[in-house]
Design a protein around this ligand. Structure first.
Ligand SMILES: Nc1ncnc2c1ncn2[C@@H]1O[C@H](COP(=O)(O)OP(=O)(O)OP(=O)(O)O)[C@@H](O)[C@H]1O
Length: 300
């Protein structure tokens, strides 16, 4: 039975529906991507999963059972607004949080030291959050979320504000936790992270699920409308091929947009008749293109 299952989960604030009958499943060792523009309902969904707020309808099941108190020990949360106290020593508060989630002092201390070493910042043990840069504060929040080895991990915009090196560090850790069996619910505005990490996603828009499923299958539902054509010399007349909507000259050749996927074969024949084709690729749509098509350009 899946570690996490949402069935028609519904939440309203006054007249406003924040989450409208969202259903999803996160299996063991899976990362589920929750996408959506600002205000789509991602954080509300995550807070319901964590038991911090109650749904007005639908069910949230953990290994088939409704919410129960012991779940706090099995769940980890990196909130979007970050949750650590600026003036308290990092080790004091992370060990305290780990103990609240059922760890002994010794195990919590050992686990914290392990993660500080892994992130190459053992000296932060005695520092306060306010002494760290924003990105490093975030790393400490991340450690606080995973220090007790949760089975279900909720990451709200985990990589925002991190430099590229730290993004890679946290990404590698997220993958490792997944491979060890953790079920991860992951929200972000960065589509490239979703493409790399998640197998399944839901795109929310004003509380409604507008696209859902395995990324591969979602992409297959959308037409392939872009061709990459690299050639040894110049190709004339690409714009006049029926079905071609635009042609962009790039260093090694052309990026061509099509109105219909059928134009791709015509482009290939046309190019081969004029020169040597070094690369020809019919590109599948990116998640970013799908997101913009479905949600509009209102996201960050
Ligand atoms: N406590 C609350 N009281 C009233 N309305 C709320 C409350 N929390 C959230 N909302 C509303 O519910 C909707 C969903 O908000 P939510 O924070 O879940 O979105 P989100 O997808 O996480 O957005 P973002 O990407 O900006 O973090 C929004 O319209 C928001 O204004």
């Amino acid at each position: 039975m899946e570690p996490l299952k949402l069935e028609h989960v519904f939440k309203q604030y006054g007249e406003k529906t924040a989450v409208n009958k969202v259903s999803l499943k996160v299996g063991e060792g899976e990362i589920y991507g929750l996408l959506g523009a600002n205000g789509a309902g991602k954080t509300t969904t995550m807070r319901m999963v964590l038991g911090l707020i109650y749904p007005d309808g639908g069910d949230i099941l953990y290994h088939g059972k409704p919410y129960h108190k012991e779940l706090t020990q099995q769940m980890g949360y990196l909130p979007e607004e970050r949750g650590l106290y600026p003036k308290v020593k990092i080790s004091d508060q992370i060990i305290y949080l780990a103990r609240l989630r059922g760890m002994s002092y010794q195990d919590a201390d050992k686990s914290l030291r392990y993660w500080l070493d892994r992130f190459e910042v053992p000296e932060y043990y005695n520092k306060r959050i306010e002494e760290l840069s924003k990105g490093n504060q975030q790393k400490m929040g991340f450690i606080a979320a995973i220090v007790h080895k949760p089975q279900i991990l909720i990451l709200d915009e985990a990589f925002s504000g991190l430099d590229p090196v730290n993004v890679e560090l946290l990404k590698a850790t997220v993958k490792e936790l997944r491979d060890e069996g953790t079920s991860i619910l992951f929200s972000t505005h960065r589509m490239e992270h979703v493409e790399e990490l998640c197998r399944e996603i839901a795109i929310l828009h004003r509380g409604n699920t507008i696209v859902q499923g395995k990324i591969k299958e979602i992409k297959n539902r959308y037409p392939r409308e872009e061709v990459i054509l690299y050639t040894s010399g110049q190709i004339n007349g690409l714009e006049s091929i029926p079905g071609v909507s635009s042609v962009e000259n790039v260093e090694q050749g052309y990026h061509i947009r099509m109105d219909t996927p059928e134009a791709a074969q015509k482009i290939l024949h046309h190019a081969m008749a004029q020169g040597t084709v070094e690369r020809f690729e019919i590109k599948e749509p990116t998640l970013n293109q799908i997101f913009i098509q479905e949600v509009g350009e209102s996201h960050e």
